[in-house]
Design a protein around this ligand. Structure first.
Ligand SMILES: Nc1ncnc2c1ncn2[C@@H]1O[C@H](COP(=O)(O)OP(=O)(O)OP(=O)(O)O)[C@@H](O)[C@H]1O
Length: 261
């Protein structure tokens, strides 16, 4: 059953069926099936090169699978908010903080540019919600890594989407910023949005994320976090990673890990 967000838009369940994603015929994610329940909060974890960013990018619609499907309830596409890794953002681009946040509302604005006073006012409120009062006219190149991540979260808040995808949202941030932005994530969950985040901090995952997908190109486990992050599963994920061959043709499965570290 889909749950209603506070804003009245539905967060559909997201069903993956035999999803395979490849770059130039080489597998990055393969044979992945499972469901992100409506309103769930899920961490995607796994070794480097496990396909976590690739999966998120496919969920966002930026990459296409070569096999299988992604369904959002009854639809093949919906409005969702996607935060890529910060390294994907060109900080030299001469754009002011308020304009970055306003861009989160482009679907509402359509071609009615420049943004209305109401939209600018809302963007200012979103900046305040992430602790950036008075930052509106700064250029993004003048911000610290943590301040820029707060701006990008303000843009996500502005977008007000029922599904939110976050790729390593807390990477290289100080403790205070992590605490503040984690609270935004927990609020989204509290308001029944579906949130999926790629994370490396397993302690954070254990403490705050009820569901986890442990990925090593294929799903090692996808269930309640406590069950997924067992010693055995983590060993299997690591062992699977050791067998990876980036040039392998797709559908060659890794041999059984046998509990190796
Ligand atoms: N644009 C690309 N072109 C070709 N291969 C790619 C591309 N992006 C990723 N890959 C490959 O796909 C595989 C999965 O990469 P991906 O970035 O999804 O892993 P990840 O789990 O997010 O890793 P990390 O934890 O290091 O960020 C890797 O072998 C990577 O080299």
């Amino acid at each position: 059953m889909d749950k209603l967000t506070k804003q009245g838009s539905f967060a559909p369940e997201i069903a993956l069926t035999n999803l395979t994603i490849a770059y130039d015929g080489h597998p990055a994610v393969h044979h992945l099936s499972g469901t992100f329940a409506s309103g769930s909060l899920t961490a995607i974890v796994g070794p480097n090169g496990a396909g976590k960013s690739t999966l998120l990018s496919a969920l966002s619609g930026q990459l296409k699978g070569i096999e299988g499907s992604i369904r959002f309830g009854d639809a093949s596409r919906i409005d969702l908010a996607y935060l890529p890794q910060q390294s994907a953002i060109d900080r030299d681009f001469p754009v002011r903080v308020l304009d970055v946040v306003v861009l989160g509302a482009w679907k509402i604005m359509g071609s009615f540019l420049p943004a209305s006073r109401e939209i600018k006012q809302r963007a200012t409120e979103m900046l305040a919600a992430v602790g950036l009062v008075g930052f509106e006219r700064r250029f993004i190149g003048e911000l610290s890594v943590g301040q820029l991540q707060r701006v990008l979260f303000a843009r996500l808040l502005m977008q007000d989407a029922p599904v939110i995808l976050l790729d390593e949202p807390f990477n290289a941030l100080d403790t205070r910023t992590v605490e503040d932005l984690l609270q935004v994530v927990l609020d989204w969950h509290h308001h029944s949005r579906t949130v999926i985040a790629v994370l490396h901090d397993l302690e954070m995952v254990r403490q705050y994320f009820p569901q986890t997908l442990l990925l090593a190109r294929e799903a090692i486990a996808w269930d309640a976090t406590q069950a997924v992050l067992s010693t055995d599963n983590l060993s299997r994920a690591r062992a699977t990673a050791e067998y990876w061959d980036d040039r392998a043709p797709w559908c060659v499965r890794a041999p059984e890990a046998g509990g190796r570290l």
